[in-house]
Design a protein around this ligand. Structure first.
Ligand code: ADP
Ligand code: MG
Length: 267
């Protein structure tokens, strides 16, 4: 935890940072099954990987391979059955660690239904900062205006979600997720529900966040984008990580027949 980290001496801290490399996210042997009566569906069968500061990691895999389940485990929307998830040195899967505090350190954008339809853009973007993080309204609105200005949407603050395109809605949802400078941004197929014409503007925003140093885990089927924008590709197939490497290593050079089969569908 943060407390125990600050209690360490400089030497101890140095030693631990050498051992762990201080990843933002450290996923250690996570297992997760869904149960329906006596039927057990093992979805994550021992998942381990790290995300380092400022890395953009693309989580790829067929539909149903468990990408969303893994992201929900990271965001504590689902419990892991086994293993740990560490966020900047905190084991957020430890039941003694406050889950709301951990969730508040992570920004999340889903495929759809991110915005409240009965609230203006400004209200949508500021709500969490005010209600969850207890920011004063004027501080939250100033930050929201700054984020919306960056994406050229400062004139849409009074608009309602249904007056925006799907691409604009997703970009507003990203602004909301960024309000309180999360340590990690989770993007779960944020372009999958969009008209193809609108995908580019959302992916351009992800590229801009990458350039600003945001640490991102994104599940996506946009292979071209993953290839040129991700620092690393993690491939999830049948509940296990089958690849973890650079886009070139995974998408071009892998000799694993399952990997080659997976990417052959996107050529
Ligand atoms: P992906 O995001 O890669 O498409 P998911 O994580 O959504 O995969 O789903 C992985 C598997 O878990 C699928 O077999 C799916 O049917 C199952 N699953 C997902 N969510 C639930 C749930 N809430 N209850 C039961 N089974 C689920
Ligand atoms: Mg999914």
């Amino acid at each position: 935890s943060f407390e125990s980290r600050t209690a360490m001496t400089d030497n101890e801290q140095q030693a631990s940072s050498i051992q762990t490399g201080n990843p933002v996210l450290h996923i250690d042997n996570v297992k997760k099954s869904y149960r329906n009566g006596k039927v057990v569906n093992p979805v994550l069968k021992g998942i381990s990987f790290d995300i380092n500061p400022h890395e953009v990691v693309a989580l790829l895999g067929p539909s149903g391979s468990g990408k969303s389940t893994l992201m929900k485990c990271v965001n504590l929307l689902e419990h892991v059955d086994d293993g740990q998830i560490w966020l900047n040195g905190t084991d957020i899967t430890d039941p003694r660690v406050n889950a709301d505090n951990s969730r508040a350190r992570i920004g999340v954008v889903f495929q759809q239904f991110n915005l409240f339809p009965h609230m203006s853009v400004l209200k949508n973007v500021t709500l969490g900062a005010i209600k969850v993080h207890h920011w004063p309204k004027d501080k939250a609105e100033a930050k929201a205006h700054e984020l919306l200005r960056r994406i050229g949407m400062n004139e849409k603050t009074k608009a309602y979600p249904d007056q925006l395109s799907g691409g604009q809605q997703q970009r507003v949802a990203i602004c909301r997720a960024l309000m309180t400078d999360p340590e990690l941004l989770l993007l779960d197929e944020i372009t999958s529900a969009l008209d193809p014409m609108l995908v580019g503007e959302v992916l351009d925003m992800v590229t801009e966040l990458k350039e600003r140093g945001t640490t991102i885990l994104m599940a996506t089927h946009e292979m071209e984008f993953a290839h040129h924008a991700a620092d690393r590709i993690v491939l999830l197939q049948k509940g296990v990580i089958t690849e973890n490497g650079t886009p070139q290593e995974v998408m071009e050079e892998s000799q694993n027949p399952d990997t080659r089969e997976f990417f052959s569908h996107f050529r």
